[in-house]
Design a protein around this ligand. Sequence first.
Ligand code: TYM
Length: 342
Amino acid sequence: MTATTFKPRVFSGIQPTNHLQLGNYLGAVKRFVEMQNTGVETVYCIVDLHAITTWQDPADLRHATRELAAGYIASGLDPKRSILFNQSQVPGHAQLAWIFNCVARVGWMNRMTQFKDKAGKNAENASLGLYAYPSLMAADILLYKATQVPVGEDQKQHLELTRDIAAKFNHDFKVDFFPITEPVIEGAATRVMSLRDGSKKMSKSDPSDASRINLTDDANAIAQKFRKARTDAEPLPDTVDGLKDRPEARNLVNIYAALAEISPDAVVSQFAGQGFGAFKPALADLAVAKLAPIADEMSRLMADPAEIDRILGGGAERANAIAQPILDDVYDIVGMIRSRQI
Ligand code: TYM
């Protein structure tokens, strides 16, 4: 069999839970915009079906969905150039996930570290959806035959599973139907760490608000959080090698590098020998300069929720136009009769 060449297509998604934080922005949204601007076809999703794998208050979920849409657009995603929509408006995600539940093996799911982290000690009481989550994520990607998926480092294992599911489907049904998707985990900020603990990743769900910068934070909050960020007492070294055993310092340097769009090497050579008394205010100023316009634009967009809903609806129609023929082919490959007249 000659290998099929798949049309380049980028897909990624973010859960509408709590506010967007700096890790999501630098590790994901900013990369989404960069990929959009290369001219490749880009499909970006607000994964509301994933969000409900843990309890979400319905009003909060609606608000977070619109806020994430506003965050995407305010960061530079153009709903004309990218397809921007919320997952539940395209039924194929849930439909393909079911097929994949029958392709993926229980043993594969048991190895997922994110399930273990999220379910915690009481895994018996976690939702069945949380357990099957990676199968839905594979469906999100493969419903569009996406070839590239920009994500932060914490999603690597899920993307490996997506590749395994695609390969097993192709093998079981003797087809060359799904691409073996490439993860795109690049840049200085693929794993932004908590500002309070350099061994934990920055997260929307960390109980301490001081551990993260939210995209909705104002200039004062941003400056204060960086000022209070945990660091050591040493000045900055003159090469990045000198940051090896200094996770908090390395984190702040990486954040600076990603915001300034320069390399971590360039950051340390600029600040070599200076202490955090000088570096933290410079970082706070840079963050405010980059993030405040996004926050302002988000609140402007949030003033018109009907317009956001309209954009999501239009995006869902375009997404569905790609997804439905692929889903029809999947059903056909699997052996489902499709004789209903529509
Ligand atoms: P989620 O919603 O947890 O995070 C969204 C994106 O942000 C990245 N990210 C980070 N990057 C750097 N540093 C951090 N501290 C940090 N925290 C989060 C994540 O890696 C991710 O790229 N399962 C996914 C959502 C999803 C998805 C998909 C992604 C569902 N279907 C299909 C890609 C393709 C998730 O929970 O991301």
